[in-house]
Design a protein around this ligand. Sequence first.
Ligand SMILES: [Zn+2]
Ligand SMILES: [Zn+2]
Length: 164
Amino acid sequence: MMMTTVQFPPSDLTNCLQSALAYAEKRCQQQHARLTPVRRQVLALILASAKPVGAYTLLEQLRQHKRADPPTIYRALDFLLEQGFIHRINSLNAFIGCICPEHPHSSSYFLICQYCNEVTELKSPELDTLIQVQIQPLQFAAYKQMIEVIGCCHKCQPLSLINE
Ligand SMILES: [Zn+2]
Ligand SMILES: [Zn+2]
């Protein structure tokens, strides 16, 4: 099975952050969606973070610049999720930037390292098809497919051996 792997965050984060934000602005403009300053700031904080980041951490970071309350953060997160700029990692209760927001997708597969919490997003059309084939006879209408694979990343593998 072919898997397309793209590491997040990429090494050239600053360039990448700028172009990701520029892209988000452009697409919101085209779709008449409002990327308010708060939404933009929350997106920038998520994209700048090397690891998935939780709502309360975002709130703390945002409060260093302006007054913000939890509903503000949650509304911003809902907007960014809806636009496909970010993903929610359920097992970590945290958010990461999407590796390719240019192609909004309803399916994502995440590799989550339980030692360092690093998350890698994968795309697999093959896996999408496989799931479609499985659910079709059940007449189940799928809206989203999020699979979280918990394990140990290659960088933490020596560490995990010491702990055993
Ligand atoms: Zn994605
Ligand atoms: Zn790791």
